[in-house]
Design a protein around this ligand. Structure first.
Ligand code: ASP
Ligand code: MG
Length: 422
């Protein structure tokens, strides 16, 4: 029998009636003759509330205890969901991540899955029961302590289980109808993407689109598990994320999969770097040692007169202080003049596998930005993505303009059913 993994996010199980609605949806799938494994997130904003609580008790809670606390959120929803399913006449058994065999390393708060041993889940399925698994958590192979995978990690739990159980599909239920060509909360005429490739989703996730967790898509690509992102609140078909969206059809791949903005980065400029071999290596080694996640990098042409250049890069705002300190510590050996930093930036990206084979994409992109009076501060590209850095205030206008320029605007407005979109 085909195994289907269904993952329900926090906004889908925010209160008792929502949990009952999700239970009906699950029983419906079970009633169609599938083996069903369900992964749930914590109810509504529970994870944030627990984090707030931890910070009220202690300014710097130990990772082990924080993980123990946060995993309680998913435990609540899994047990409540199993109860609601029982009331509908089906057998359901809930399991913590540890019980479900999600084995991780011991990096609290950002653990990586190293193995999945779903013996108990398979046993439940063999008994005809629906298995409910707490998302975003596991158990450390070394320390045997409870771990969490990082915010939004339930998607990754779902794909990991789907891979281990050789599921037909991993369905990710959310509060919108699927993956959109832009965040429908910003671009009201965003349209639903029918099918997209893993690589497009990886680029969109890295570009700041908040629909799917980056690691979940990486995992799905590695295991070739089709992901179906769809709404909890409506029966309509959502977005399929697969290896090759054009497979099996004559459909041509759309040029653009979507646009996204990321407001979480900061920009640092290193002014007056001596223009000689080894300088960039010294800079980025110092940043690496300080665990700074560098994204875009630009070096300007050196002014011949001075023999010096400026190097600008972006990194998460949370890494900025560490980056500045690491560079100052290395100033003697690198020999730059000074540093500036800027948190008022946004990264705006356009992603689409079709840009490989269609000329003129960059021209249309930059013309749209110019017509919207958006100033471009940095540019970076991959084979299937163009990103720019601009002012935070320009991000929404940039998204709208580019969305329209590439003909992505839908006829009607996208439906947002509930939730905060996290
Ligand atoms: N409850 C966790 C969070 O809010 C995990 C998840 O929702 O995927 O980050
Ligand atoms: Mg959540």
């Amino acid at each position: 029998m085909a195994v289907i993994v269904q993952k329900f996010g926090g906004s889908s199980v925010a209160d008792a009636p929502s949990i009952q609605r999700v239970a009906r949806r699950i029983c419906d799938t079970k009633g169609h003759g599938h083996d069903v494994v369900v992964v749930v997130s914590a109810m509504g904003d529970t994870t944030d509330d627990l984090l707030d609580l931890a910070n009220q008790v202690s300014p710097d809670p130990p990772g082990r205890e924080l993980d123990m606390l946060l995993t309680a959120g998913e435990r609540m929803s899994m047990a409540l969901l199993a109860m609601a399913i029982h009331d509908l006449g089906y057998e359901a058994r809930s399991y913590t991540g540890s019980q479900a065999g999600l084995i991780t390393d011991s990096a609290h708060g950002r653990a990586r899955i190293i193995d999945v041993t779903p013996g108990r889940i398979q046993g439940a399925l063999d008994d005809g029961a629906i298995a409910i698994v707490a998302g975003f958590q596991g158990v450390s192979y070394d320390s045997k302590d409870v771990t969490t995978l990082g915010r939004g990690g339930s998607d990754t739990t779902a794909v990991a289980l789907a891979a281990a159980l050789d599921a037909e599909v991993c369905e990710i239920y959310t509060d919108v109808d699927g993956i959109f060509t832009a965040d429908p909360r910003v671009v009201s005429r965003a349209s639903k993407v029918g099918r997209a490739s893993y690589e497009e989703m990886l680029e969109l996730a890295a570009a700041g689109a908040k629909v799917l967790h980056l690691r979940c898509v990486e995992y799905a690509r590695r295991s070739d598990i089709p992901i179906h992102v769809r709404s909890t609140f409506s029966p309509t078909e959502g977005t399929w994320v697969v290896a090759d969206p054009t497979a099996g059809g004559t459909m041509e791949q759309p040029i653009i999969a979507g646009v996204a903005a990321d407001l979480n980065d900061a920009k640092i400029t290193i002014i007056g770097v001596p223009d000689r071999p080894g300088e960039a290596a010294a800079i980025f080694r110092a940043l690496a040692v300080a665990s700074v996640n560098v994204d875009m990098i630009v070096q300007n042409v050196s002014a011949e007169a001075t023999g010096r250049t400026d190097v600008t890069f972006t990194c998460p705002k949370g890494d900025m202080a560490r980056a500045l300190q690491a560079l100052l510590d290395a100033q003697g050996s690198i020999g730059f003049e000074r540093l500036t930093s800027d948190e008022g930036i946004a990264k705006v990206s356009l992603v689409g596998a079709g840009m490989r084979s269609h000329p003129g994409v960059s021209a249309t992109f930059f013309e749209a930005l110019s017509e919207a009076d958006v100033n471009v501060e940095m540019i970076s590209t991959s084979e299937i993505r163009i990103s720019i850095v601009t002012r935070t205030e320009s991000a929404n206008a940039a998204l709208q303009a580019v969305h329209t320029a590439f003909g992505l605007d839908a006829d009607g407005e996208a439906v947002v059913y509930a939730g905060t979109g996290r």
